[in-house]
Every structure is written in structure tokens, then in C-alpha cells.
Design a protein. Structure first.
Length: 257
């Protein structure tokens, strides 16, 4: 009887152990399956991401168009009377490249200091926004906080973004993102004009600095031009047109002044 009892106990114990082991094995298999599923999903996601070729971007992930010129090739055109589109003006004036320029008021009059062909067309306007001036003088391009005499082309603009290599962002708006047009005076006094599809004023200095580093020039001074609906730029390769007329345009004519 004792032997039969022991055999029964052994069978019961073995059965119990077998059940426990089977449960543990099932749990291990389930865990392994879950791990395999997660790894497979992550690998698939990575493969899908790798298949997408990103559009070249700079910091704010928005398109940027720019062109460079020597000061002797620049002319400034007042468009407040004729109200021509950038496309029409580029064709008629023979501009190899161009960008919108100065601000204008509700009566379509230039806002602030404006000089065209050595003639003063409009006096300066005192404003916290229009706190700078850009001009061509003696075949060199300048951005300054002061007006000067002997200017061939020039106008008031603002706000100033970079002055003497330093960011001027303490009073710049960092909330409203819009189309932006910018003028740059490089370290060697070359001229660069930049169009950004969407950026805040406070974000522009960093965008411009990175653009400069990637294209072999250094930003000495930079100033914001009229933007928003009037913002427009064109080169020989591409264009971004205004949605409302621009008061004036800087034009790369390729003709000695």
C-alpha cells in the first residue's frame, strides 16, 4: 500500500511540476513573440523613413531663396506709382535677379528715406521699426543706423537684425511668423539678398548666419525689408512672387553704374 501511495504522490507532483513548467514556457514564448513584433515594427518604420528624401532646409524647415551681387550691379526701383508686378518689372528692367525693398504707407507713398539716382525722393521717417538704412555709395554696399550723403541708391528699412556681427534680437518679435525679405552686408562688403518663406523676426539672425556658413560668407550687418504679402524674390533659376504689390525693388542689372 505504501508503494502504491508513493507512486501516486510522485505522479501528482510530476503533473503539477509539468503544468507549472508549461505555464512558464508559455509565458516565455509569449514574451519572445511580443519582442519580435515590436522589433519588426520599429525596423519597418525606420525603413519607411529612410525611403523618404528630405527637402534641403535651414533651421526653420522652410524654403529659402537668395542671391548675391556686387554693389556696382545694383539699382533701386520705385514701384509706388506704376504698381507693376515683380514679373513685369523684371522683364522690363532687365533684372537678372531682384527682391522687394522699402515699406510704403496706406497712400502708396514710400515710407522713410529714399534715394534713387542720387536724388532724394523721400525724407527719413522716425520709427522704432525703421531703425536702419541700406545704400550704395562709391560702388560699395552698406547697412547702417545712419543716413549719409553721396548715395546713388538707398532707403530706410528695419528692424536691424545683425549689427557689426552681433545679433540684435532683444526687441524683435518672436511670435509672428511670416514671409521675410532681408538684405545682408557681408564681411567683405558684398551684397546678399534673402527671401524666407516663413520666420519670426527674432529667428532670422540665426537662419541668416547658418545660410552664410553653408555658403562661404560672413554676415556683418543685416536688415529686414518689407515682408508679408509684398515679399518677393527672383533669380535666373527660380522666383517667389508677391501676393500684393511691392513698393520698390532692388534689381541686379549686370550693368555698370
Amino acid at each position: 500500500m505504501t508503494s502504491i501511495f508513493l507512486v501516486g504522490v510522485r505522479k501528482t507532483v510530476l503533473g503539477t511540476v509539468t503544468i507549472v513548467l508549461m505555464k512558464q514556457l508559455y509565458q516565455y514564448v509569449l514574451i519572445i513573440l511580443i519582442i519580435l513584433i515590436v522589433v519588426t515594427q520599429n525596423t519597418t518604420k525606420k525603413e519607411k523613413v529612410a525611403d523618404v528624401t528630405p527637402t534641403p532646409t535651414i533651421k526653420n524647415d522652410k524654403p529659402i531663396v537668395w542671391w548675391r551681387a556686387e554693389a556696382k550691379d545694383l539699382i533701386l526701383i520705385d514701384n509706388t506709382k506704376d504698381l507693376k508686378s515683380s514679373k513685369q518689372l523684371a522683364s522690363e528692367a532687365g533684372c537678372l535677379a531682384g527682391i522687394n525693398a522699402f515699406y510704403y504707407d496706406q497712400n502708396n507713398k514710400p515710407l522713410g528715406w529714399l534715394v534713387i539716382n542720387n536724388q532724394l525722393n523721400n525724407k527719413s521717417h522716425k520709427s522704432n521699426l525703421l531703425n536702419g538704412f541700406l545704400y550704395v555709395k562709391n560702388n560699395r554696399f552698406y547697412i547702417s543706423d545712419k543716413m549719409t550723403k553721396g548715395v546713388i541708391y538707398g532707403h530706410q528699412a528695419g528692424p536691424t537684425l545683425i549689427s557689426n556681427f552681433k545679433f540684435q534680437i532683444s526687441n524683435l518679435d518672436d511670435l509672428v511668423a511670416d514671409r521675410r525679405s532681408v538684405a545682408i552686408q557681408t564681411e567683405d562688403d558684398q551684397t546678399v539678398f534673402v527671401w524666407v518663406e516663413e520666420a519670426t523676426l527674432a529667428g532670422l539672425p540665426e537662419i541668416l548666419t547658418k545660410l552664410a556658413m553653408e555658403n562661404g560668407f560672413t554676415v556683418k550687418n543685416a536688415i529686414n525689408l518689407d515682408g508679408g504679402n509684398s515679399s518677393a524674390i527672383w533669380t535666373e533659376e527660380e522666383s517667389r512672387r508677391e501676393t500684393f504689390f511691392a513698393g520698390g525693388f532692388w534689381c541686379k542689372s549686370g550693368v555698370l553704374q
